[in-house]
Each structure stands twice: as structure tokens, then as C-alpha cells.
Design a protein around this ligand. Sequence first.
Ligand code: PLP
Length: 406
Amino acid sequence: MNKHRLIYLDNNATTPCDPRVVEAMVPYFFEKHGNAASRSHQFGWEAEDAVDYAREQIAQLLDVDDKEVIFTSGATESNNLAIKGVFEMYARKGNHIITVETEHKAVLDTCKHLEKAGAEITYLKVQEDGLVSLTDLEAAIKPNTILVSIMWANNETGVIQPMREIATICEKHGVLFHSDATQAVGKIKTHPREVGIHLMSFSAHKMYGPKGVGGLYVSRKNPRVKVTAQIDGGGHERGMRSGTLNVPGIVGFGKAAEIARKEMDQDAERLSKLRDRLQAELTKLEETKVNGNEGSRMPHVTNISFKHVEGEGLMMTFNQNIAVSSGSACTSASLEPSYVLVGMGLGDDLAHSSIRFSLGRFTTEEDVEDAIKLVSTGVNHMRDLSPIWEMYKDGVDLSKIEWAAH
Ligand SMILES: *Cc1c(COP(=O)(O)O)cnc(C)c1O
């Protein structure tokens, strides 16, 4: 094995750009550099046409009207626009928003922000498999509920929420439904209108497009949803998001959407086989646990706890060779265990021993075979050195031990 080859299994943090995406973008940095809002000359028209085309490519992927696609700087901004925008626009109807403890920080921190502005937020717990309970959801809806925000697929575990059932409950109670679908769009079928989702966030850099460009789907009919702009200015994007459009980024996003629409089924089939192989081999090691509902999970993701092994330490044994993450990219700088896994009822020890493997379009069979060897060696090595593992092997009940200082 080439010692310096670095295997990328962190596609949930970001995906590389597809070369076809970059190729489509290049002309828009120079010859076709116009501002899509310049109405008086060829450069502007050309840029505007390119944006219109990209909007259509994305609308086709989502099976929605192109007027329902708003361009933003990424899914963080889309989540902010959707949640804050609905809160402000529907203030007279109510102030209660329901979300879930295991959402991305871009949703949770937006909700926390709104609490200071008078919003009432319910953070639903998830079950052990990561799925929300539909009974809990319905029980949480009150007369002042204006919005339910639940992600399509979780970034750490790949768990897919029951979108259709959630939409049915929202519809029954006349509540708007927003979904952070950043991890699902371009990888599995995500048709918000068909499912009954009214607002949906997504991002180019999670689907082989460039960083710094995202989208928000906003339903224009049955119901016609409005959001209050969070960035004011020239009135771009039908007044919902001002600011000069990132034309090259949007062109790349459109191309990424077109490729995804054509290739996602074959990508998913290939990657689920590789993921299953990786998971099957790694769970042959003693004392492992796959986190999240395996029956309702993205095809390219597996999150595994290696008991009595500290995840960050384990990663250090192979991070010259494999790029993965323990916890999410956003929190991996801290030593807090993943709140997503803790929310699923994992103890700190199991949460600390977890690694997320996320495959992607450019992952090869060789990558997976090498990863199996490297991770297995790393786990065995860590355990050989670990007094805790030794105690476990000697039959000590580790849960009964009182550790000093936590
Ligand atoms: C990556 C991610 C985001 C943030 O998207 P950006 O485009 O990087 O702002 C939001 N939600 C989920 C689920 C994500 O995976």
C-alpha cells in the first residue's frame, strides 16, 4: 500500500468537486464574468441566462418549479432564512417551532437565537435508532405552532427520517414543514412537493459542487409560503435574498444537480455495496456497535463505535492514511462527545469511541479494502495498549467502576 496515499472517507463533511462541475464553471470567471443583475448589456444577459439554466437544472432534480428555488451561500444560510424567515413572516399566527435534538447546528443555533427573540421551541428527542417518534411529534403540536423543522438525513449517522409521515402530520395540523435536506439532496430522491415539504435547504458542496453556494426551496402553491428576507439590499431572488449572485458557483451547482439526477441511482447502488462491505468487515472486530437505524439510512454512510477505544486517539493511528471524522466536523475541534450520538442514548464512552465513515462518488474499492485493514489494525493496536480493554477482557464490569474526576 502506498504510504502517502490519503483515502477520503469524509464525504459528509464536504465532497470534492466533480471535474465536470469545474469545467462548467470556468468560463464564468473570465469571458462570461457578468453580473446576473446587469440588464443593459450582453455580459449581464449571459450571466442571467446561466443562472436561469442552473435554476432549472436544480428544479428538475427536485421536481419543483424553478421559481421555487432561491440561491443562498449554503445550507447554513438557507436554514437561517427558512426558520427566521417563517418566524418573522408568520408572527401573527404563532411563535412555536418544533425541531429535533439531533439536527445540525445551523438549525439548532438558529432556534436558540429565536428563543431570545420570543420564540417557543420544542426540541424533540430521538429514539435509540435516531428516528423521531411520530407520536411525540404530533403530541408536541399546539395551536401556536407555526413550523416543524426536521432534517431529511442526519450528517453523523446517515439516518433518514420518515419524511412523508412527518409531512402528513404537519398537513393535518396546518403547520409548515421545513427540512434541512443537505445530506440527502443529490444522493437519494428528494422531491419536496411530492412529499409535502414546504421549505427545504440544501448545499452544493455536499453534492460534488463548489463551496459557498446553496439553495432553499420555498413552495409557491398549495400553500404559497413566504419568508421574511434576512439579508436586505437590491431585492435579488424575488426579494428573499439580496446580494450579487455567485454566478460561477451557481453554474457549478446546476451542473452538479444535473449529474446527480442522472447518476445518483448508480452511485447509491455502488456505494451501498462498498459501505456494507466496510461495515461488515469492521464489525467483525469485537465489541462494535453500528449507530443509527440501518434500515433507514443513507447508502454511503456508516457510523461505528469501537468500544473501549477513544475515537480521537484511534483516528490518530491512521490519519496519515485515512480522512474520517469522529463526531461532526463542526464539533470535532472540541472534545465533547457527539451530541447526536448522546441524543440517541449512547453513553459518553460509546459516543467517544465512534467514527463516521462517509463514502462518495470518487471512493474506490481499493480505498475501502485499505481502510478495512488500516482501521482494524488501529483498533487492535489501541486495545492492546489500553488498560481498560485489559480490564474488560478480565471480566471487570466497567460500568461499576467509579472513575475519579470526570
Ligand atoms: C453541511 C451541512 C450544513 C451546512 O451547510 P453549508 O452549506 O456548509 O452551510 C447544514 N446541514 C447539514 C445537515 C449539513 O450536513
